[in-house]
Design a protein. Structure first.
Length: 504
């Protein structure tokens, strides 16, 4: 009951005229920041942080939180419309969102993304409100062995229960892991895989550069080859009837929504994990749970719902360790944490008692930002649909320019632009040769997280791999991962046994 009264007091703060206006403006700005390739919530919050000194601290974090939420929604727009991930968190949405748009179902994909974002954000905020302290303690209990086991399980879902060619999937994962290892060794500091001492490789391969190359440039080349410059989305339209039909179909995806929201929220809580691995893992688990995994990557609505639920729930989860422990759960919350320090607020276990108006006003604003982001997103869908009706001869140069900008913005280095073009050509040939690209993207995201977790675990255990099995949580996750890795072998053996039985 005490929590409810604090939350109601928070709503009174969030719905003050200034704060409400900042929520609406922040969601709108965030929507377009998220839709612009290469920007994303990190850059948006960082760029607009100085503006917050014009308002009180509570209003400032409400404004930045609204931008964060809007950007989480907006990242799906360019992923679906153009096949270019607006941010790293929206890469998994491209897997099925773009094929849906190519089939004239852009409105369906956008509504699914917006609704799933709302559901994931809502579940995330409710969990945040009810279980903040115990969940923060649980996240801290996850050490390096548990994190490595979780990363391994994510790879196992693609191998064990994916519908793609298993050797090609493994090859794709290994390529992603190699790209993820480029740069400086995390322990010795020695350069590795820098390809002839090229300076641009010292900072590693930026994940967004790979994603934009594979899903932006490669998609553009593929569409130019297959469409001959015609308008691809001439069937795309929006109407009340289509919206209601889509909402009816989304009701049947409730299991995927719940799974994506819970998984995304928990991964978001883990320090330094963030929404990107959460969304990719949710996509993998959705494919694992599906009765028709072969339809994923070809326009399955669950393939849009799972990552969108996960990345919005994860964005909320990432705020929990920021507030309760002073540990940022994602790059964006690291900037928010810096803002709190600048405003004279000390994050940590006492923040809920020392600054209740600040904390509960912020939590209540997340409910409001989630709702307004949904309404604003849906209101702009007709404009996005109109854009897709342009001939591809007009869209292709726009996509190309956006890709160049998106590849340059994260590091301000032309090396990454050239690298993005190379990835685009490689991605095009991977598509022609029917190699799955999702495992490579997953590997370059999770590789830099899994490697330090593995090495830290082995340092703790003196080089013994038994640490992954003697710790209860890690052992359980590792057993499930190994089971998924061995599942294809069991399926092959079982198939041969059935054939022999039929032959005899």
């Amino acid at each position: 009951m005490d929590t409810l009264s604090l939350l109601l007091n928070g709503f009174a703060i969030a719905f003050e005229p200034l704060n409400l206006a900042l929520i609406i403006v922040g969601c709108t700005i965030g929507l377009f920041i998220g839709a612009m390739p290469g920007l994303g919530s990190v850059n948006g919050v960082a760029i607009l942080l100085p503006m917050t000194f014009l308002v009180p601290p509570t209003s400032a974090i409400i404004f930045l939180g609204a931008i964060y939420y809007g950007a989480m929604y907006g990242g799906a727009i360019s992923s679906i419309m153009l096949g270019i991930p607006g941010a790293s968190t929206a890469v998994a949405t491209t897997f099925d969102g773009r094929p849906m748009a190519l089939k004239g179902q852009a409105d369906k994909a956008l509504i699914a993304a917006a609704t799933a974002s709302f559901v994931g954000g809502s579940i995330g905020v409710v969990l945040f409100t009810l279980f903040a302290p115990p969940l923060a303690d649980l996240a801290l209990a996850f050490g390096a062995p548990e994190i490595f086991a979780l990363m391994l399980m994510a790879f196992a879902t693609f191998i064990g229960l994916g519908s793609d060619d298993i050797p090609k999937t493994i090859f794709s994962i290994f390529i992603g892991l190699v790209f993820g290892a480029v740069g400086l060794d995390i322990i010795s500091g020695e350069p590795r895989l820098i390809f002839g001492d090229i300076p641009g490789f010292y900072h590693g391969i930026n994940f967004l550069v790979l994603a934009i190359g594979i899903y932006g440039i490669a998609e553009m080349l593929w569409v130019i080859e297959t469409s001959k410059g015609d308008a691809l989305m001439s069937k795309a339209e929006i109407s009340v009837r289509r919206i209601l039909d889509t909402l009816g179909e989304l009701v049947r995806t409730w299991k995927t929504m719940l799974m994506g929201s819970l998984l995304g929220y928990f991964v978001g809580i883990l320090p330094a994990a963030g929404a990107t691995p959460g969304s990719l893992m949710a996509y993998g688990f959705a494919k694992t749970m599906a009765k028709d995994p072969e339809t994923y990557g070809k326009g399955n609505i669950n393939g849009v719902v799972a990552p969108e639920c996960a990345n919005n729930a994860a964005s909320t989860g990432a705020m929990l360790p920021m507030l309760t422990l002073g540990i940022p759960g994602s790059p964006t919350t690291a900037i928010l944490l810096g803002g709190m320090v600048i405003w004279g607020l000390e994050p940590g276990p006492l923040v809920f008692t020392d600054y209740p108006d600040f904390v509960w006003g912020f939590i209540a604003s997340l409910y409001a930002a989630n709702l307004f982001a949904l309404l604003i997103n849906i209101a702009f869908i007709p404009a996005f649909i109109w854009m897709l009706k342009m001939p591809f001869t007009i869209l292709a140069p726009i996509i190309f320019v956006l890709c160049i900008v998106g590849g340059f913005v994260p590091t301000m280095d032309m090396h990454d632009v050239w690298l993005m073009l190379v990835f685009g050509i490689v991605g095009y040939f991977m598509r022609k040769l029917d190699y799955p690209m999702a495992p490579a993207v997953l590997a370059i995201v999770l590789g830099p997280l899994a490697e330090p977790a593995l090495r830290q675990s082995l340092l703790i255990s003196g080089g013994s791999f038994s640490i992954f099995f003697t710790r209860p949580a890690a052992g359980l996750i590792m057993a499930a991962a190994l089971g998924l890795f061995l599942l294809p072998v069991w399926m092959i053996v079982r198939r041969k046994m059935d054939q022999r039985r039929k032959a005899s």
